[in-house]
Design a protein. Structure first.
Length: 398
């Protein structure tokens, strides 16, 4: 009997999307579903991106260079330089979203059976990328009580074995919204230098920090050849469907290796690169209004959660996610119940159960991730649903 691969069998479902069929069924019944499960902003994509595609007037939609359009890479290098990140276009490869950048980084830097240490909770798709590359994630648990601060650096040291080849962080963090301090980054820097490790860094949300600035790993001195930074246009410019990202590193051997994977998939999409290049021409203050809007949404969300009995949630410093502890034993069951059995004024809410953001068994069972990507009115309506749902849920533990 023909069967699928063990990889296919073991590939986990996304905690962000796995309840989508229940949401679809609710919508078919005419129910309004407030989507706080996924980082899909309702802020408009900049018009210049759409206009650039409309005005491209291409007679042939050709391949681009496998590394990406040269003028785009040069402008992107200028953007990083404005952030005091010392790179040039030759340090940048354009990828199909940040997702491809992470997968290419793993495949270029690591061999099957190698291990990377990742603070959990972490973006659930990292598990899929690691599985595709044949590597293993070793988790170090951060806690909601600490606001998901970096665990003690000694806990990383204790997990290092002969198979350990790197540490992977996301800053600002998805799903927690935590922003690593300069001290925490320096501790990681010293450890990777001491133990001869790579540092993989997902920096998709750097423009969304509400209490200070984000320090890029590419500014860490003395480890320039060990840092692989992944970036994306999806979140910065509310262009999730464009699927344009970048892998950035000063390590030329890594660039050469990733280039071979890039050539194997031919090229990044042409029209989306044209749009992304146009976005880099936006005024320097473009992100100020967007950042202020997300901050208002964050404050609205946290303000509502703080008044709900049995709910615990610290205010996140960055990105547009918050992790909350709910007074239920199993948020997978609760989130499904919200979509199948609960209605408030013919509306309900979709959340991401947090167990899928952990690899340590049993963790996150009473936590959820909320994406504050909707306008304030919708966030308040969604919180009305959550508050009423927690009161009505037959299995709550308040």
């Amino acid at each position: 009997m023909i069967t699928i691969s063990e990889r296919g069998k073991n590939m986990p479902s996304s905690p962000i999307r796995k309840l989508a069929s229940f949401a679809d069924n609710a919508k078919k019944e005419g129910v309004k579903v407030y989507h706080l499960n996924i980082g899909q902003p309702d802020i408009e994509t900049p018009a210049v991106m759409m206009d650039a595609v409309s005005n491209a007037h291409l007679k042939v939609l050709e391949y681009t260079d496998s590394a990406g359009i040269l003028s785009f890479r040069k402008k992107l290098a200028g953007y990083y330089q404005s952030k005091e990140i010392n790179v040039d276009y030759s340090d940048i490869l354009i990828t199909i979203g940040g997702s491809e950048g992470i997968l290419f980084a793993f495949m270029a830097c690591l061999d099957a059976g190698d291990e990377i240490i990742v603070p959990e909770p972490f973006y659930a798709n990292y598990i899929g990328f690691a599985m595709a590359a044949g590597i293993k994630i070793i988790p170090i648990t951060s806690t909601i009580e600490s606001g998901f601060a970096l665990p003690p650096i000694e806990s990383f040291r204790e997990k290092i074995t002969s198979k350990t080849k790197g540490i992977f962080i996301c800053n600002p963090n998805n799903p927690t919204g935590y922003v690593y301090s300069e001290l925490e980054l320096l501790q990681i820097r010293d450890l990777i230098k001491e133990k001869d490790l790579y540092l993989f860094s997902d920096e998709a949300y750097t423009e969304f920090c509400y209490d200070g600035k984000v320090k890029s790993t590419l500014t860490l001195e003395g480890v320039e050849d060990r840092v692989i930074m992944i970036d994306t246009f999806s979140k910065k410019y509310s262009a999730c469907g464009a699927r344009i990202g970048a892998l950035v590193t000063k390590n030329k051997a890594v660039i050469e290796a990733v280039m071979k994977f890039s050539q194997a998939r031919l090229s990044p999409p042409t029209l989306e690169q044209i749009a992304a290049e146009a976005a880099l021409g936006l005024p320097a203050d473009y992100f100020e209004a967007t950042r202020a809007e997300y901050k208002k949404r964050r404050d609205t969300l946290i303000g509502r959660l703080s008044k709900m009995e049995g709910v615990y949630c610290q205010s996140p410093q960055g990105a547009f996610y918050a992790m909350a502890k709910l007074p239920v034993a199993d948020t997978d069951a609760f989130c499904q119940w919200l979509l199948t059995s609960f209605r408030k004024d013919n509306a309900t809410i979709m959340l991401a159960p947090a167990s899928g953001f952990y690899t340590t068994p049993g963790l996150g069972k009473n936590e959820v991730r909320l994406a504050y990507v909707l306008n304030e009115q919708d966030i308040n309506a969604a919180m009305d649903c959550l508050e009423a749902g927690l009161k009505a849920y037959p299995h709550n533990i308040v």
